[in-house]
Design a protein around this ligand. Structure first.
Ligand code: NAI
Length: 439
């Protein structure tokens, strides 16, 4: 059965109105407007939090409400808890308010962790189980549930909390579900985290940007003000040129796995007087075979492009990154879960999870964060080639009963590249719709 039929408005109407026992995936609301226009515009939020939380939301266009009306989001602020009994308050809040969240709404728990006892550690971790379960319960309505965890006092952490909070609440985070974002203070916060054109004046380099997820990333970064250097293989020259002219970017045709690539990229930056603020390692390939049948060629190609090239490029490019820089590498949920016939691919994607965690402390003194993204099932040319049942199975594993779009990965990349993501480094953020295989 073709996808067009599954997503046809007429078919959806029949399934709904004839009450056929077929689950319909919710139509997710997304946005590709500039943050300045859209971020939380018109949102009504119910929260147990204080005045500073309300102010934080208000700046992005939201209002907090007290009454019993329907809301776009619930935000629950939690200190600890130090005992299991204290979880009762959380239960009471959600028990009362969950039913009031609109379709495509958002739920975020902001949790301060400071466990002094084993019971406190248990109570803290319990919240992870709660958020993952809530995400599964509300996913059929397109509602997402995520958690932000920090270890400092609210006053010290609020300028690190506001970026992730606004992003998770927004329509740009439609495919992030059941996740925890850990915040710390190892990277110095910028003076200013503007909502209007947050990447204005910044230069970004995106590998594998001619098409698919990379092209979507290039467009999102450009939309928020970045000058984007589009890097892709020479054989992609035509589509790369079209993209470059659309986003007023710059083209660099280069196979990133070639031995000359690090020097070629560095020379290109120097000769054109670019300094670098954002480095997105997106290019990746698959060459699937079970390990017993995988020849050396398949093994080496994937390890070279997906992992070795990134490490080699970084050796040359990281010292060219400006203070406050951002490095983002494209991992995959295969890096957590492994995948049949993908020992080479999963090796590289798991390798990146370890790599960013190890690299983060080395870069933090320069105000630079380094993170990975782990997309789940994303609708691209690659996944369109799968047999229908495998493809539909991949979609249905998510809480939202569908695959993500390249734009979902692009918006998450943009968020990690923004000044407001300063509290996040060394992490891998899953953009998988709550498809928690391998978590
Ligand atoms: P795609 O195949 O549509 O695009 C990849 C781009 O990278 C192409 O433009 C290609 O020419 C470029 N590229 C490949 N090798 C290169 C090299 N040696 N030098 C320069 N450019 C090179 O792939 P897609 O789906 O957009 O994936 C992008 C990234 O996201 C990859 O790292 C992939 O592993 C990852 N990912 C994708 C998922 C999906 O469902 N599509 C899921 C999880 C991760």
């Amino acid at each position: 059965m073709p996808d067009s039929l599954i997503h046809s408005k007429t078919l959806r109407w029949f399934i709904k109105n004839l009450k056929l026992p077929l689950p319909l995936p919710p139509v997710l609301q997304r946005s590709n407007k500039p943050w300045e226009v859209e971020l939380l515009a018109g949102y009504k939020v119910k929260t147990n939090g204080g005045i500073s939380l309300a102010a934080m939301l208000q700046v992005a266009g939201a209002t907090t409400i007290e009454g019993n009306e329907l809301v776009d989001a619930l935000v629950y602020e939690l200190d600890g808890p130090q005992t299991v009994a204290k979880l009762d308050q959380l239960h009471a809040f959600f028990n009362k308010n969950l039913g009031k969240v609109k379709w495509n709404g958002r739920i975020v728990i902001i949790q301060r962790q400071h466990p002094h006892t084993a019971e406190a550690a248990a109570a803290h971790r319990a919240v992870d189980g709660i958020i993952r379960s809530v995400a599964k319960e509300v996913g059929r309505k397109g509602i997402t549930a995520n958690r932000i965890v920090h270890e400092g006092a609210w006053e010290d952490m609020q300028h690190r909390i506001e970026g992730p909070l606004r992003f998770l609440l927004s329509r740009y985070a439609a495919f992030i579900d059941g996740q925890t974002i850990w915040l710390d203070s190892q990277v110095r916060a910028p003076q200013h985290s503007p909502l209007a054109k947050p990447l204005k004046g910044k230069t970004a380099l995106v590998t594998g940007a001619a098409r698919g997820i990379g092209a979507a990333i290039a467009k999102s970064l450009a939309r928020e003000g970045a000058k984007v250097i589009v890097v892709d293989r020479p054989q992609e020259a035509d589509i790369a040129r079209d993209l470059v002219s659309e986003i007023h970017g710059v083209l660099l045709l280069q196979d990133i796995s070639s031995i000359e690539a690090p020097k070629a990229l560095a020379d290109f930056l120097t000769q054109n007087h670019y300094t670098l603020d954002i480095l997105v390692h997106n290019a990746g390939i698959t060459r699937d075979k079970t390990l017993a049948k995988m020849d050396t060629k398949y093994w080496e190609q994937v390890l070279n492009v997906n992992l070795q090239a990134i490490i080699s490029l970084n050796e040359t490019l990281l010292h060219k990154l400006n203070e406050g820089g951002r490095v983002i590498a494209m991992s995959s949920i295969s890096g957590f879960a492994g995948n049949f016939g993908q020992a080479n691919y999963a090796a590289t994607k798991a390798g990146l999870i370890g790599y960013v965690a190890a690299l983060a402390p080395e870069l933090s003194s320069r105000g630079i964060t380094v993170n990975a993204l782990a997309p789940g099932f994303i609708e691209t040319a690659m996944t369109a080639k799968m047999p229908f049942m495998t493809r539909e199975g991949g979609r249905r594993l998510s809480n939202l009963q569908q695959g993500g779009l390249p734009e979902d990965i692009a918006e998450a990349t943009l968020f990690l590249a923004s000044p407001g993501a300063v509290g996040i480094t060394g992490q891998t953020l899953r953009v998988c719709g709550g498809n928690m295989i391998g978590a």
